[in-house]
Ligand binder design. Structure first.
Ligand code: PGA
Length: 260
């Protein structure tokens, strides 16, 4: 069955100790009982995963890792494998977040190896893509999105739409307080769908979930989630505060009902 509920994903980055994450997850598990119209996914740091598993054992709230290595195991100091994430109860992993690309210099070739490794191991993937400010200003947003999708998904003949979600995150909007306008976000999401159809002619692109990320807050969530083709959010800063995060979920639940 298709799960069309908006995905409200929290990318905690390098914030929250395992104990802080545990407390947040326990509170969220209770609040989520009244918010069955959205799908919550938490992405704590790797050290907090086991605590999250414990806090969410009877909850519908899902969780995952912020990154993983493509190899199943090996001499890779500081890295985490898909099987380690799975053993901590993860169902998801974020691949290609802009901070991984730009601060840690992960290449499209690295990401291209990680995606099938994650899917084959049984993890669902959120693949992040998005243009830099100078790329947008140069008018090359579409070209950048095409190149990232083409290179990151190279070698795949198709993909399971329920298990590979795209997050469009314009780099200039991440952590800056500058959010894409609904027009900019809507247009980028539509482009992504067209590009995916070109790359995978048989893919049911209307069923691909595309999240928006970049300075999402409760104050701008309604105008974004209203846009056709925006299927949820990947939230950084505002997801650290449970009230903000839950508010965004409430807004998304209400607005999605109106949209359908
Ligand atoms: P932000 O981060 O919401 O703090 O802009 C989004 C992200 O990095 O996924």
């Amino acid at each position: 069955m298709n799960d069309n509920r908006p995905i409200i994903a929290a990318n905690w980055k390098m914030y929250k100790t395992p104990q802080e994450g545990h407390q947040f997850a326990q509170e969220l598990a209770i609040k989520a009982l009244n918010l069955t119209g959205v799908r919550f996914i938490l992405f704590p740091s790797a050290t907090g995963l086991f605590h999250i598993l414990e806090a969410l054992k009877d909850s519908s709230v899902e969780f995952g890792g912020q990154n993983m290595h493509s190899a199943s195991e090996g001499a890779f100091t500081g890295e985490t494998s898909a099987s380690m994430l799975l053993a901590c109860g993860c169902r998801w992993v974020i691949i290609g977040h802009s901070e991984r690309r730009h601060i840690f210099h992960e290449t499209d070739a690295d990401l291209c190896a990680k995606i099938p490794a994650a899917l084959d191991a049984g993890l669902n993937v959120i693949l992040c893509i998005g243009e830099l400010l100078e790329e947008r200003q140069a008018g090359s947003t579409e070209e950048v999105l095409r190149q990232q999708l083409q290179d990151d998904l190279a070698g795949m003949e198709s993909f399971p739409v329920e298990r590979l979600v795209i997050a469009y995150e314009p780099v200039w909007a991440i952590g800056t307080g500058v959010v894409a306008t609904p027009e900019q976000a809507g247009e980028a999401h539509a482009r992504v769908r067209v590009i995916l159809q070109e790359l995978f002619p048989d893919l049911p692109v209307e069923r691909v979930r595309i999240l928006y990320g970049g300075s999402v807050k409760s104050a701008n969530a309604a105008q974004l989630i209203k846009i056709p083709g925006i299927d949820g959010f990947l939230i950084g800063g505002a997801s650290l505060d449970i009230d903000q995060y839950v508010k965004i979920a409430e807004i998304s639940q209400i607005e999605t009902k109106v949209k359908l």
